[in-house]
Design a protein around this ligand. Structure first.
Ligand SMILES: O=P(O)(O)OP(=O)(O)OP(=O)(O)OC[C@H]1O[C@@H](n2cnc3c(O)ncnc32)[C@H](O)[C@@H]1O
Ligand SMILES: [Mg+2]
Length: 204
């Protein structure tokens, strides 16, 4: 069994990464397995900058291949907010529900046709002594006026995906992974993790 470390402390992301890598026989460890790992400050202005900060910060510490995910929701009617502030939109000590409430409040007068939004994900891959590289995934949807569904995490209950007629929180986890921003970014990494990681980087 090969192993990959994902530099995340978000349990929702951790679950999704585990589900995706499991069929390849790759065991996912996250920072939830390294409780002493430091918090990397997300000072970047873009998802890409923050993903690189997290991947390089943790790879330097552990001296092992690390991947990091920086992601979030960009809403057209809010000029791209919450964007890189998605995790802390309602404040540092607030939770997913507080973030959703803030978005719904700010969008209370926005008509359906103007409620377009994108989930965006940048994944950075750092192998010690090598150049970090990144891949991106985007998923288009519509922000509803109230929550629907209980699966997933973050903004999933208000992110409606028209092709499926459901919010991300109403999709099965497998279904979400096939279409989500994160799933799409990971697809672009597939060649890397089925060849490079398994050959050189894994420790199994
Ligand atoms: O930095 P790590 O430790 O990975 O965890 P985080 O939650 O802080 O992650 P980010 O900095 O990348 O912020 C991403 C936020 O964007 C939102 N988000 C990202 N992907 C999402 C998804 O698939 N479904 C719902 N919300 C998502 C959610 O609010 C996340 O907390
Ligand atoms: Mg974060």
């Amino acid at each position: 069994m090969k192993e990959i470390i994902i530099a995340t402390k978000n349990p929702g992301k951790a679950k999704e990464f585990k589900k995706i890598f499991d069929p390849y026989g790759i065991q996912v460890k996250t920072l939830l397995d390294f409780p002493n790992a430091p918090d990397i400050e997300e000072t970047g202005k873009t998802f890409r900058e923050n993903a690189i900060l997290k991947a390089e910060g943790i790879a330097k510490l552990l001296q092992r291949p690390v991947i990091a995910d920086d992601s979030g929701l960009t809403i057209d009617a809010l000029d791209g907010r919450p964007g890189v502030y998605s995790a802390r939109y309602a404040g540092e000590n607030k939770n997913d529900n507080d973030n959703i409430e803030k978005v719904l409040h700010e969008m209370k007068d926005v008509p359906f046709e103007d409620r377009t939004a994108q989930f965006r994900c940048t994944i950075a891959v750092t192998i010690p002594e090598e150049q970090t590289f990144t891949v991106e995934g985007v998923c288009n949807g519509i922000i509803l006026t109230a929550k629907r569904g209980t699966n997933g995490f973050g903004y999933d209950p208000i992110f409606y995906y028209p092709d499926k007629g459901k919010t991300f929180a109403e999709l099965d986890p497998e279904e979400k992974n096939t279409i989500s921003h994160r799933g799409r970014a990971i697809q672009k990494l597939k060649r890397w993790f089925t060849e490079e990681l398994v050959r050189d980087g894994g420790n199994g």
